[in-house]
Design a protein around this ligand. Sequence first.
Ligand code: NDP
Ligand code: HSE
Length: 430
Amino acid sequence: VTKPLKIAVAGLGTVGAGTIKLLFDHADMISARCGRNIVCTAVAARNRAKDRGVSMTEQQWFDDPVTMAAQADADVIVELIGGSSGAAKAVCETAIAHGRHVVTANKALLAVHGNDLARLAEDAGVTLAYEASVAGGIPIIKALREGLVGNKISALSGILNGTCNYILTTMRETGRDFSDVLAEAQQLGYAEADPSFDIDGVDAAHKLTILSSLAFGHKLDFAAVKSEGIRHISAEDIRLAGELGYRIKLLGIARSTEHGIEQRVYPCMVPLASPIAQVEGVFNAVEVVGDYVGRSVYEGRGAGAGPTASAVVADLVDIALGRSSPTFGIPATKMKPAVFADPGKHLGAYYVRLMVRDKPGVLADVTAALRDENVSIESVIQRSRAPDGVVPLVMTLHETEEANVTRALARIEELETVTEPPRLIRIEGV
Ligand code: NDP
Ligand code: HSE
């Protein structure tokens, strides 16, 4: 009889409890697929008394997850605490030092310390698996590292944060407030412990760091991802996007350009008819362009207990079956730093919303600044009228290098008739 795979789970929140529930519900099926049982022998969290909605009477309880990583009767430590430092990092390092495999959903930890952790794991001959860290239920790590391994990837883009997509979709469909919808996303278990990571684009940047390294084979470099979130997107922007034939999505984009690798996260307008515009709510989608495969698209729920537990269990089954590959596709010792493109060189189209005093000459001053920086206007909307009041002035700009637009907007912001910093949303032809 093959010995069971013993696991110890650190963190029993949305994902930890969801993983234990899945393993319990599908124990027989998973055992049949692995040829052995997967048994949870130990758990750790902060509050022993908390009801997790799953039975945990059989497992040894540890107050300290790092002690558990060293001492539990387990082959695999599953790190589901979160955070790029502190307990989560110590748990992973300790597990590896004790020759145990690690499964984690922690994109923050991998984005910041993934190079070192991969090296430690590979030196120790153990697996560091992280399918749950990006796009929840979409097996995008496997798709890039295994399914598309024969391709030279030129671009990768997608909706990588379920919370933001849920907020943008719900605000548009219901007209509800940003903060109200965010609270709902938190309640549903979608948001990070610190939800500013979601809404400021940090979580999507963590995920893009991982995907970009897998796609282009370079070291992970979170600091090289330029990111913006959705805090400044107003209900008016969402409405105007619809009027212009677009939908607003927070996208993570990594592409190979003549200037180097571009790694960016920002809210953008995508054409209403594009497939990515139809990806709504907590769903994520990732599009990958490879030289032999062409364009391929992956879609699924990006957050929540079920989809994330599904990915954690996929990693556990791989370990139970003895399937493994280098952590980020090529051995950690062989990964080189990337050459990154200057974001100012980005070529794209733009939506700009200004709040201006409704006075003669405003439009002439704004267009003069754009003309001086060689930026060409595609359309202008100023419908409301409020003599001597403040009105929105909305423009779309033709494809231009971003540095030119940035300089023009800096001049426009200085105009006495412009009352707020200009809001810029990039237009992507996805
Ligand atoms: P939760 O906040 O729901 O759960 C975190 C768990 O960690 C809790 O059980 C908490 O204990 C425990 N914990 C926190 N600090 C410590 C500590 N110092 N020692 C011991 N236990 C500790 O988080 P999630 O389940 O949502 O997320 C877990 C990980 O999964 C994160 O890395 C997150 O980014 C990632 N992830 C989350 C997804 C989601 O949809 N939620 C999707 C994909 C990835 P207690 O319950 O006692 O307070
Ligand atoms: N907070 C993350 C999101 C969880 O909303 O996408 C999934 O990684």
